[in-house]
Design a protein. Sequence first.
Length: 90
Amino acid sequence: MERVQIEIFGQSYSIKGKDDPAYIRELAAFIDAKMKEIQKGTGTVDPHRVAILTALTITDELYRLRERYGVLEKTSENAASRLLDVTDNI
């Protein structure tokens, strides 16, 4: 495991992880940008409140993407099944 220095919302952190350091930095940059976006949008200055609002926003995005993925997965399975039915009848 490698230590990676990151900065999120003005705070420095030393993260130890198995993932590529560039990937960890990319995640940190995403969180930092999202927190700054939330702060600007709400005018909230309390970093804990900004962190909670950011976590809720990212979680909402995740849930919506999971829902879309589930719908796409079902749609693609149904389409593949129909194609197999068509080719079986040829």
